[in-house]
Structures are given as C-alpha cells and as structure tokens.
Design a protein around this ligand. Structure first.
Ligand code: 26W
Length: 800
C-alpha cells in the first residue's frame, strides 16, 4: 500500500471530518497532526494483520521485549520515513494549508522512559521490525511520562507531562483483549483427585487494557506492536455510597486501580522500595504473561512447547516477576509439574543487566510480597529454596550461599532471581559484561559460565543519523554512491577513503556549520538564548547523576573562567558548553548541580571578559526531540563517567555518528569506540576501570586538593559562591568523599580538553577525525545489536 499526495490528502481530510467533525480550514495544528497519525496508523494496522497471520502460519519463535520504559519520542516523522511516505505526507500537509514543520513539531514526545534503558528499548523495536523478527514490546501506558522540566531561578521544577492529549493518536485500545490482574487476598491449597489445587481468594482485581502502538520497520511491510497496558478497575462506581452522599468514597476503589498506570517513576539508576512501583511491575508482567500464554494456546493448544515458540527478554530486573508469574500459570493454571514448568521458564527468559551501581539494584522487602502477591511469594520461596540447594551443593561455601541467595535477610534480590530463572544474562558493552562476569556476578558465572554473554548496545542509525541530519545523509549517499548504509551500516566505512580529500572535509564542516546555525535559531526561539555559532559546541546531555560527572565538566569550566579573569587578553578559541539533564525529583545533590550549572551560566553571561569567548548554556527539558536537534549540531561529546560505572552509554554512539568528537574515559562502550578509532581519533583521559576501583579503596581527595593550587582555587570558588550562591555543600562533598574520583581525574581531564581545543584550531585534522568517527560508527547500529541478540540469545532467524 503506497500513497501518492492526492490519496494522502483525501485520507487526511476524511479523518478530520469523521473524527473531529471539521474541514481542513477549521482544523487546528493538533487535529491535523492526529489526522495524519491516524492515516499512517491505518496503513500499519493493515500490515500488522498480515504480519501476524504470516508469523502464525510459519510458526516462528516470537520475541517479547518487556520493559518498564519505552522512550519513543515522536512517531509521525519516524513512521512516515519507515513507510516511505515522507514526501507525499509533507506535500499533502502543505496543500491542505499547513506548514509541515509545525505539524511535526506539535507532536509531543512519548516520554515513557527516563533515559538510556528506555531509549534503547525504542531503538530495538525499530530494528526488530526492520529485521522482520516477529516481536512485541510490552510496557505500561503511563498517563504521565517523564516530567517536563522547567528552570525557575536556576532550579529544576517538575511539571506533569500530559503526552496523551495528542499522543494517543497512535494508540489502538483493545478492550476485548483485557486481562485480569489479582492483588492481595489469601491462598489456600486443597487436594482434588490427587492433584494439589491452589485457591487464591479475596483478592482485588485490576483490569489491564491493552493499548497497541504499531511499529513500522524500514523498507519492509513487516509490522510489530508495542503493547501498553492501561490499568482500570473492573468495578463500577459504588451507587449505594453515592446515594448516601459519599461521593469521594464511592470512587475510591476505582481510583486505587487507576493509579497503577498514572505515572512513570522518574528515578533513574536509583531503587526505592515503593509498593506502587511493585504493583506497576506485577500489573504489567502478569497482564503480559497471560496475554502471551493465551495467544500461544490459541495457536498450539498447549503450553508444553511454549519455550520453543517464545522468548521473553527482560530489560533490567524491573520485569523479573515474569519468572514466578510464568511458573504460576504453568503450574497452577496449566497443571504442569514444577520440573516441566521450570524447564520451560529457564529456556525462554533472558535478562539484560544495565547498571552495576549498588543503589540501583532492586531488592524488595519480603513483607510487600506476602501482602501484595501471596501466591507469587510462595512460588518465589520455592525457586529460592531450590536455587540455594544448588549453590550449596556446588560451592559448600556459606559466604557464596549468602551472596547468591534470592531471598536473604527479609529482602528479595531481583538480579539473583533473574540469574537463576534465565537462560542468558548479558551486559551491554564489553567492559560492562566483563565486570558482571568477574565482579558483580562472579560466583554465578563460575557456576554457569555459558549463561553469561555480551551484546554491546546500538542505536537506531536511521533515526539518529539519516533522519535528524539530512545534510550528512546526503553527503554519505554522494560519497558511497548509494543509500545502502541505511540497511548495511558497516558501509559507512567507505567514508574512510575520503580522509585526504579536502573538498569532502570542507563539505563535512559546512554541514556541521549549517546544523549549528539551525540549532542556534531553534534554541533562541525555544528559550531565548543567543548562541555564538562560531564557538565550539561542547555538549554533555544525559540524565544528571554524580557518576556521569557533569560536575567534572563544571570544574573545568570554572578553571577556564579563572584563566580568563587572570588574563583577559588571553588567546582563546570561542567555547560554548551546552548541558541538558533532568535530575530525579528526590535526588537533592543532582538538583544542586543543575543549580550550579545555571549559576555559572549566569555569572559568565554577565561578565564582559567572557563575551564571545566563553559561554555556558543549560538547555531546559532535555528529551528525545531536543536530542534530535542538538546532536547533529554538536562538535564535542562529553562521555566522562568514572571508569567502570557507565554500563554502555548510547548518547556517545549518536554523537559519533553525527561527527562529534568524544572527550571521554575508557568506560562503557567508549572502550569499543576506542578500539575502532584508536587514540588518534578521540580524546581519552583518566583512570581505567581497574585503577579507579583500586584507588577507591584508599582514596583521599583532600590530599589532592592540598597538593594542587589550581584545583584548590577552582574548588574555592564553589565555597565563596557562583553568581552570588554558595556551593559549600558541593565543595565539602568533593573534599570529604568524592565518591566518583573527580579530583583524581581533574588534571587529565583539563589536559584532554586542551588537546581537543588545539585540534579544533587545525580544521583539516579535526574534520578528518570527524569523518573517521562517522565512518567507523556502523557497528553501533541497533541492527547489529539486535542481530546479535537474535543469534546468540534468542536463536531466531532474521532478515540478512
Ligand atoms: C529501579 C530504579 C532504576 C531505574 C532505571 C534502576 C536502574 C535503571 C536503569 C537500568 C538505568 C539505565 O537506564 N541504565 C542505562 O542503560 C543504558 C542502556 O543499556 C546504558 O547505555 C547506560 O549506560 C545505563 O546507565
């Protein structure tokens, strides 16, 4: 089904009339956007039906990707691109009297995620579909996604993100496929005809209603679905209470159910044992496993071959309850023996770990399980008991038993549950997977080494290069003679042949310059800042977390500022530092660092000495659609986490693809970037992971402070005040703890920035490095990563 402009126009006009009762003259931009979305949705719905029929006919193994987060961003442009209808769509919008840019711009981001983990899930859906793997994503249909950030008086303020008001155009509710999820109550067992029957009673039911979002692939008719569960009470409002005038009480039980899908938890890399979060996890897991097993039975009539036809990938431990939930369905509902059920479960569930930070590891209080999920709790105890017996038998070592236990000291350790119940455990970069094998999960790895794998992350290069950087896309096509890299990203390597072609290097630089101007214009409209397009655009955008070390970047900027104070006539390449970051609302230190960045931005902006030479900008509300504007305009990518702490990073890959050069530590996927780029094409600095781990044991930041006058002076400024605000709290934190070794890496970081600035002055060298970065970024395509999952973990075929 392809559309020409006229057909597109007709379809849009029909949607406007039928759904909004208006003509194109009367429609608002929002209605126009929704009408366009509905037209594309129809095309995908038709393809979706065919894809499902084909998959059922062929009996292929299906991939189910479970994640509490899918950071989809906008879909109109993406879907039009994948369906090959961008031009007719733009023309239709134009001819109907609208500006295409306005219509694309009005679409809200579907911000159903915090950061890396959620965006990765979104990129993988694109590749799963493009590679024609039968797959579904599953998550919660949060009413409110990641909060909108405003900066008021330099501080973060969180506002609700009501994305559905327009974003629901992509959702297809399927109330007839609703599932019931049970909470609380009591469990009884009784014998029935020689079978032990489990009876769960007096529970509360929450209805899970699927809202499906179709996912189009690139250059294929294959369509997959992202199934988002909406929580609703099955009970009508209590009319008895209502008549008695107890209006609030009458709706109470309904409100308790609704709250489950109300809001995304904005904590990233930080675990909090909140019961609502556990309810969200079980709600989404239970609905999903019921839905998958129901569909399997419809096709095969039995669950005994479930593991042959399904694989369940869990994105970090958040969906770990699939393991006991699948066991519950297999044992209680389908009547399989424990051993049969365990065989099935441990041959279809796979777990990806995304963080090694201790404070991010989920460990739920046992009493929450007992109250909220009594039957699941029983099953968990049995799983834990059998696992413990195996561990004891293997090691005869109480210390190892304690470390590997699933239930320990009143807590349920979800990572250990995933290791016990999964067929594979993988990290997301070479270094991270090594740390899992040799450190975090060392004993489990000794017991079952073949379970532990690595799949280095990748990003959707069609979105993160071709779509957001049309200038660069054009150049790549010209130089390589085709757009073949869109489906074979390793073809980008051919760009290396032009490393000595000064005309090409010039073109590359002109594209960057033009992207910088476009971004500067956008930033002026968006938040009224005036960027100097001749300055280096030096960018750090990501969630705000101490381990990511935005503060190290700040310390270096203060150092530059002080140099300028000392020598106002200093020769300096104009340098603009751009930050974008959301802090978890309860993470006080992260919020203080945001305030510090804003204070510094203010003080520098007010200082005439800095004019046109040094600038700091905090971009408000960093999100997927902002990244799409900013990354093509960036020249320097800051990836400066303490080595060993960033599992992979995916922003680093997006910057590389767009020709930005990395200033970074040997952490996460920077290690693999370094492997393909060499020392000469990036600015590496700082401690290595093993050095950092060793240093942490004896670290004394105060000593470094006392020894280094330059560092001391930088830190003093925090204490005396930035733009009139004292940051003594941060100063003390660095002197007393400095958990993430900022002071240890500070001199090396300054030196790396200096090398970077010097290189920037040699534009030919810089542009050549930039070209090499683009050329070697092909391995960071999500297509490659998903193909590796397909081969090494899922054992499913894919389109080559
Ligand atoms: C329970 C609270 C919580 C919430 C989110 C704990 C942990 C998380 C995520 C696992 C954190 C996360 O997003 N990790 C990031 O995953 C990316 C995709 O693999 C990696 O590229 C990042 O390095 C990693 O920080």
């Amino acid at each position: 089904m392809t559309y020409n402009t006229q057909q597109m126009k007709d379809a849009i006009v029909a949607k406007l009339r039928l759904n909004y009762g208006c003509t194109q003259q009367q429609a608002s931009d929002g209605e126009m956007m929704k009408a366009c979305a509905m037209v594309l949705r129809d095309i995908m719905a038709e393809h979706g039906v065919q894809s499902r029929e084909k998959a059922a006919r062929e009996g292929k193994r299906k991939v189910h990707y479970l994640s509490l987060e899918f950071l989809m961003g906008r879909s109109l442009m993406k879907n039009a691109y994948n369906l090959g209808v961008i031009e007719p769509l733009k023309e239709a919008i134009q001819e109907l009297g609208f500006r295409p840019a306005d219509i694309f711009d009005i679409e809200p981001d579907a911000g159903l995620g915090n950061g890396g983990l959620g965006r990765l899930a979104a990129c993988y859906l694109d590749s799963l579909t493009t590679l024609e793997i039968p797959a579904s994503g599953y998550s919660i249909c949060y009413e409110l996604g990641i909060f909108r950030q405003r900066i008021v008086d330099g501080q973060q303020v969180e506002l609700p993100d009501d994305w559905k008001s327009l974003g629901d155009a992509w959702l297809m509710p399927k109330p007839q496929e609703a599932e019931e999820v049970h909470f609380g109550g009591t469990v009884r067992t009784r014998w029935d005809n020689g079978h032990l029957m489990v009876v769960h009673e007096d529970y509360q039911t929450v209805l899970a209603i699927p809202c499906d979002m179709a996912i189009a692939g690139f250059h294929t008719d294959h369509v997959n679905t992202l199934r988002l569960w909406d929580a609703k009470s099955p009970k009508p409002i209590d009319m008895q209470l209502f008549r008695q005038g107890e209006y609030l009480k009458a709706g109470e039980e309904r409100a308790m159910a609704d709250v489950i899908s109300k809001i995304l938890y904005p904590e990233d890399n930080h675990y909090e044992g909140k019961s609502l979060r556990l309810k969200q996890q079980y709600f989404f897991v239970s609905a999903t496993v019921q839905s998958i097993t129901r569909q399997h039975i419809e096709v095969y009539g039995t669950l005994t071959n479930f593991h042959e036809k399904n694989v369940i990938q869990i994105n970090d431990t958040h969906p770990a309850l699939v393991i006991p939930e699948l066991m519950r369905i297999l044992v209680d509902d389908a009547g399989l023996s424990w051993d049969e059920a365990w065989h099935i479960t441990t041959h279809c569930v796979a777990y990806t770990n995304h963080t090694v930070l201790a404070e991010a590891l989920e460990c739920w209080p046992q009493r929450l399980f007992e109250q909220l999920l009594p039957r699941v709790w029983q099953i968990l105890q049995e799983i834990a008991h059998r696992w413990q017996a195996r561990v004891e038998e293997t090691f005869h070592d109480p210390a190892k038993t304690a470390k590997m236990a699933i239930i320990w000291d009143g807590g349920v350790r979800m990572a250990n549950l995933c290791i016990a119940g999964g067929m594979a455990v993988n990290g997301v970069s070479a270094l991270h997977s090594d740390i899992l094998r040799h450190d975090v999960f060392r004993d489990a790895c000794a017991m079952e080494p073949e379970k532990f794998k690595n799949v280095t992350n990748g990003v959707d290069h069609r979105r993160w290069l071709s779509q957001i950087n049309p200038g660069l896309h054009g150049l790549i096509c010209d130089l390589t003679g085709s757009d073949g890299y869109l489906t074979e990203p390793l073809q980008l390597r051919r760009l290396d042949d032009f490393a000595d072609d000064s005309a090409v290097l010039q073109q590359l630089s002109a594209i960057k310059q033009s992207n910088k101007r476009t971004f500067a214009e956008w930033a002026r409209r968006q938040q009224g800042v005036k960027l100097n397009p001749h300055a280096i655009f030096d960018v750090q955008v990501k969630r705000l977390h101490e381990y990511k070390r935005q503060l190290l970047n700040v310390l270096h900027i203060i150092y530059l500022y002080q140099q300028l104070q000392d020598d106002p006539d200093m020769d300096m390449v104009p340098h603009t530092f751009l930050f974008g970051a959301k802090a978890a609302p309860g993470y006080a230190v992260a919020k203080r660092i945001i305030q510090l960045i804003n204070s510094l931005a203010c003080q520098i902006a007010r200082d005439p000495v800095c004019r046109d030479r040094l600038q700091v900008v905090f971009m408000e509300n960093y999100c997927v659609s902002m990244a799409e504007m900013l990354i093509p305009a960036s020249e320097v990518s800051q990836q400066i986490s303490t080595a060993g702490k960033e599992a992979s990073g995916t922003g680093n890959m997006k910057f590389m693809m767009n020709g930005a050069l990395t200033v970074g530590t040997l952490d996460g996927a920077n290690v693999e970037m370094h492997q393909v780029l060499g020392d000469e094409n990036m600015f590496l600095f700082g401690l290595h992971a093993d050095e950092a781990a060793r240093l942490q044991r004896t670290y004394n930041p105060r000593l470094l402070y006392e020894r280094d006058p330059m560092l001391r002076r930088v830190l003093e400024m925090l204490k005396t005040g930035v733009n009139g605000v004292s940051y003594e709290d941060i100063y003390q934190r660095l002197l007393q703890e400095d958990t993430y070794l900022l002071l240890a890496d500070f001199p090396a970081y300054c030196a790396a920035e200096q090398r970077m600035v010097q290189t920037y002055g040699q534009s030919d060298v810089w542009n050549r490095m930039s070209l090499h970065n683009i050329a070697r970024s092909g391995i960071f395509a999500a297509d490659r990563a998903v193909a590796e999952y397909a081969e090494q973990i899922w054992h499913v075929p894919y389109k080559k």
